[in-house]
Structure formats: structure tokens, C-alpha cells
Design a protein around this ligand. Structure first.
Ligand SMILES: [Fe+2]
Length: 185
């Protein structure tokens, strides 16, 4: 379940409605998805895409996405540091960044043009859609694990355009984790 952190205000949001409303106000879509049928942890990319086919089809129709794939990042992923170095610098894309988290966790930092940087910590079941042109960067949590469905409007895929602002250097990828927030029903 996603949480929001606004470091400048020392503000944290962990309740689903509050998180979704905060993101909607920033133009970022957030949904919670559950698979149409139970999915084994070792499910292949094909099985994962099949299990979420109805949700993916709806998103494709809404957003003009033409391809979907599954990205798998683990602590032993080759060249992990080089990969993270590309994610971690503030950038934007000419297409939406759409991710549905299957396993693991990570943080999207978003830098509104006229607002404070906020962090979206995402975990299993979270879908987020960051609109094209949004300044953002991404980092993994300490476990360095994420498995996610990605949707693309351009079959060529993920192209970052770096702002070179250096703003990203001022933020630590602090993951709160689901257990750090006060328990809720
Ligand atoms: Fe990005």
C-alpha cells in the first residue's frame, strides 16, 4: 500500500483515500489492483500479464499504451548500480510512466513545477501513472527488490530526459515500509 511523504513538511500519509486524493491533486493516478485469480510467487511474466489482463486492457484503452512487460530487479541483478544511477537522477519522459508493483518496493520522488518534492513509496498491489513531462526520479528500498508491470505508449520504451537540476541529491531514499505506520484496520 502506497504511502506519501513530504519531507519539507515532515508530513506522511498512509491511508488509502488520503494517498489517492493527494496524488490525484498532483495529476498522478493511483489504484489498487488484485489479480483475477491467485498468482504464485514464481509466476512467469506471461502468467502475471494474463492474471492482470482486464486491468491492463482498461489502462491501454484509457491511455493509449501499446505494450506491457514485467521488470524484475533483485539485489544480484547484473549492473544494478548502473541501472539505479539512471533511475535516481531527476528526469522526465515524453510518455506516461505507468507501473504496477507485484513484489518488493520502491520510491518515486516527484518534483512539481511549483511545489514541494514528495515521495511515493509503492508496494505490491499499487498502480501509479505519472503523466508525461512530470519531473521525477526513482530509487529502490534497502531490500533492492522490485517486480513490476510497465506499460508503454512508445514500443521503444523507457527514455529518460534528465533535468540535471541536482535536486535529487538532497533526498534520501528512506522507505518507511508497511510496518512503520500506525496499524489500521
Ligand atoms: Fe522515470
Amino acid at each position: 500500500m502506497a504511502t506519501i511523504r513530504v519531507p519539507a513538511d515532515e508530513r506522511v500519509l498512509g491511508e488509502l483515500q488520503a494517498v489517492t486524493a493527494f496524488l490525484a491533486a498532483e495529476g498522478i493516478e493511483h489504484e489498487r489492483w488484485t489479480p483475477a485469480r491467485p498468482l504464485a510467487p514464481a509466476a512467469s511474466a506471461e502468467e502475471v500479464l494474463a492474471a492482470y489482463e482486464p486491468e491492463i486492457a482498461k489502462l491501454k484503452a484509457r491511455g493509449g499504451y501499446v505494450t506491457a512487460d514485467v521488470i524484475d530487479v533483485r539485489p544480484d541483478t547484473p549492473n544494478l548500480e548502473a541501472l539505479l544511477a539512471r533511475f535516481r537522477r531527476e528526469h522526465w519522459h515524453d510518455e506516461d510512466e505507468v507501473r504496477f508493483i507485484l513484489e518488493g518496493s520502491g520510491i518515486f520522488f516527484v518534483h512539481p513545477r511549483a511545489g514541494k518534492v514528495f515521495a511515493i513509496e509503492v508496494g505490491p498491489g499499487d498502480l501509479i501513472r505519472v503523466p508525461r513531462g512530470t519531473w521525477h526520479w526513482f530509487d529502490l528500498c534497502a531490500e533492492r527488490r522490485i517486480r513490476a508491470i510497465r506499460l508503454f505508449q512508445d514500443p521503444a520504451g523507457w527514455t529518460p530526459r534528465y533535468t540535471e537540476s541536482g535536486v535529487d541529491a538532497g533526498f534520501e531514499p528512506v522507505c518507511l515500509g508497511p510496518t512503520q505506520l500506525s496499524p489500521r484496520a
